[in-house]
Design a protein around this ligand. Structure first.
Ligand code: ADP
Ligand code: MG
Length: 569
């Protein structure tokens, strides 16, 4: 019995954009399907370690590609974890990612304004793997069966709003996806995906590093349909040898791996469509041996500022995939870091809970954090444009580290940048701020608020400007919290404390300049305004405004109060 089901609204919109997209490089659909197949094989192997009763043969896990020129199809098959009916409905029929609605509305705007570049970029942010098959197909079929369960599922759709789903009693375990190729691509020799040589080229380019064997039209099992015979009668592209070299990128000598290969690997581990901003490789030797290959993204992940944001890198043990999103290796404020850590001395069926306590993992994490902080700081010196991209996209998340990572506070401050009254366009480092401090200035002055415009016009700033003191303009919600916690920048004698220009009695004038004879007026005003303020003081911090409101030192700043309220506290 077949049932017709509607795609979730967001999924439908995204599919429409995909089908009619101007995305120029259609080849990437194959990369996405192979990436999913590879993930499914990883998951099955892990599952078989954890569940000895799964009863699945994991000795021959692989991906199989079959081209059929006659029927104009390409089929991608894996004998991985597979999906249940519920899995198919929720994983394929919906998009459950945080930030989807927001990104979709931006996408519609970009489309309406006809900006192809912005559209492509936004589509890329979804990392919409499976749906990309509709760029080349007018119909996609899928048969799948979850490992360890009985009945399989058949799924089919033309990508136009609905899909058909039915039961298949005798489906093989794993997933098989058949892409019915659009007729229009048949004429295009370079993009005829029913042509084995085209498929081979794409796999070489995009999926070479996949560690599972990828077979193209293997002779075993069913006969090779459509593979055109050579003069000598042999099917030229039929092969039982994998067409990918299967080498783990992080285990190959650095000089042998190209930027393009790193970029493809990054796309696989991050599910992102863009290039990475920065690639980091390092190893640990001695007692705890490990290799790490990490990336900074060139745009903020869609869910970066959502509570359920994914975090962590992939964990391997001696080249064997162990888990996705290993949180124990990456602190929350570095949740935009993606990549792989391959450790030598861990058990393969280690649990997430045990990892949190593991000494080796803690050491690797320490090293990883240091390395990322160094890389960000170095990037600012070597490639300011790259750094600016990083900072615009991920800076807000990064600064959360000032609240949670006491061991690295100074390194995080060092890697950070801030708006200041010194330059209306450019951000400053704290080191540069301190270098500009005039004689007599003891503290790093700052003001917090909602936007640069609002804090720049703040009456609190006037006297500081007049004195030639630079003021940091901190406008992210997180700024309010860390400035109160961090205390100072630098160490030892050179440490400079942070001082809010809107709190307490910032004394900018010499005593002699203080006007006298206002005591009666001030105590009268304090009594009259008792319901609203705790004290009325004479100030030397104003030059043109008659009065301003200041908070007490140590009081909760208004922005923080607001932030705590919006977080439901
Ligand atoms: P992503 O890979 O970024 O999660 P996709 O659209 O590529 O997004 O895939 C959506 C989900 O569908 C995957 O996360 C996975 O759970 C499931 N899926 C897709 N392809 C397969 C497959 N070959 N085997 C098992 N599950 C799959
Ligand atoms: Mg995918």
């Amino acid at each position: 019995m077949s049932e017709t089901i509607e795609f979730q609204a967001e999924a439908r919109q995204l599919l429409q954009l995909m089908i009619h997209s101007i995305y120029s490089d259609k080849d990437v659909f194959l990369r996405e399907l192979i990436s999913n197949a590879s993930d499914a094989l990883d998951k099955l192997r892990m599952e078989s370690y954890r569940d000895k009763d799964l009863g699945v043969d994991v000795s021959d896990l692989h991906v199989e590609l079959r081209t059929d020129a006659e029927n104009r199809t390409l089929t991608i098959t894996d004998n991985g974890i597979g999906m249940s009916r519920d899995d198919v409905v929720s994983l394929i029929g919906t998009i459950a990612k945080s930030g989807t609605a927001e990104t979709l509305s931006k996408l519609r705007e970009a489309q309406a304004s006809g900006s192809e570049e912005a559209t492509a970029e936004l589509i890329g942010q979804f990392g919409i793997g499976f749906y990309s098959s509709f760029m080349v197909a007018d119909r996609v079929e899928m048969t799948t069966r979850r490992a360890g369960t009985d009945g399989g599922v058949h799924w089919e759709s033309a990508g136009e709003g609905t899909y058909e789903i039915s039961e298949v009693p005798d489906a093989p375990q794993g997933t098989s996806i058949t892409v019915h190729l659009k007729a229009e691509d048949a004429e295009d020799n370079l993009h005829d995906y029913a042509d084995p040589s085209v498929v081979r080229r794409i796999v070489k380019r995009y999926s070479d590093f996949i560690t599972w064997p990828i077979l193209l039209n293997p002779t075993g099992g069913t006969t090779v349909e459509g593979a055109e015979a050579d003069e000598d009668g042999e099917a030229p592209e039929a092969g039982d040898e994998p067409i990918n070299s299967r080498k783990a990128l992080w285990a190959r000598p650095r000089s042998e791996v190209s930027d393009e290969e790193y970029a493809e690997f990054y796309r696989h581990v991050s599910h992102d469509w863009q290039e990475p901003l920065e690639t980091m490789r390092f190893t640990g030797e001695g007692t705890f041996e490990y290799q790490a290959l990490l990336f900074l993204p060139s745009h903020a992940p869609m869910d970066l500022y959502y509570r359920d944001a994914k975090r962590g890198v992939q964990l391997y043990v001696k080249r064997v995939f162990v888990m996705e999103d290993c949180e124990a290796l990456v602190p929350e404020y570095l949740r935009f870091v993606k990549g792989v850590v391959d450790a030598q001395d861990l058990s393969l069926n280690v649990s997430r809970e045990i990892l949190q306590q593991d000494r080796q993992i803690q050491l690797i994490r320490k090293r990883l954090v240091k390395r990322v902080l160094q890389t960000i700081t170095a990037m600012r010196g070597e490639n300011p444009e790259k750094y600016d991209t990083f900072w615009t996209e991920c800076g807000r998340a990064f600064k959360e580290g000032l609240l949670s990572d006491q061991d690295n506070t100074q390194a995080i401050l060092e890697a950070s940048s801030f708006a200041s009254t010194h330059d209306p366009e450019k951000l400053t480092t704290l080191a540069d701020y301190v270098a500009r401090m005039p004689e007599g200035q003891e503290s790093i002055y700052y003001v917090t608020g909602d936007s640069r415009a609002s804090v720049e016009n703040s009456p609190h700033i006037e006297a500081f400007r007049a004195k030639g003191y630079e003021v940091l303009l901190l406008t992210d919600q997180v700024d309010d919290v860390w400035v109160g916690m961090v205390g100072s920048y630098g160490s030892g004698e050179d440490a400079k404390s942070f001082a809010s220009i809107a709190q307490g009695d910032v004394d900018l004038a010499d005593d002699a300049e203080k006007p006298e004879g206002f005591d009666d007026l001030l105590s009268w005003m304090t009594t009259e305004l008792a319901d609203d303020v705790s004290e009325v003081r004479l100030s030397t911090r104003l030059t043109t405004s008659p009065a301003c409101l200041v908070g007490e030192v140590g009081a909760i700043p208004p922005q923080l109060e607001q932030m705590m309220r919006s977080m439901g506290q």
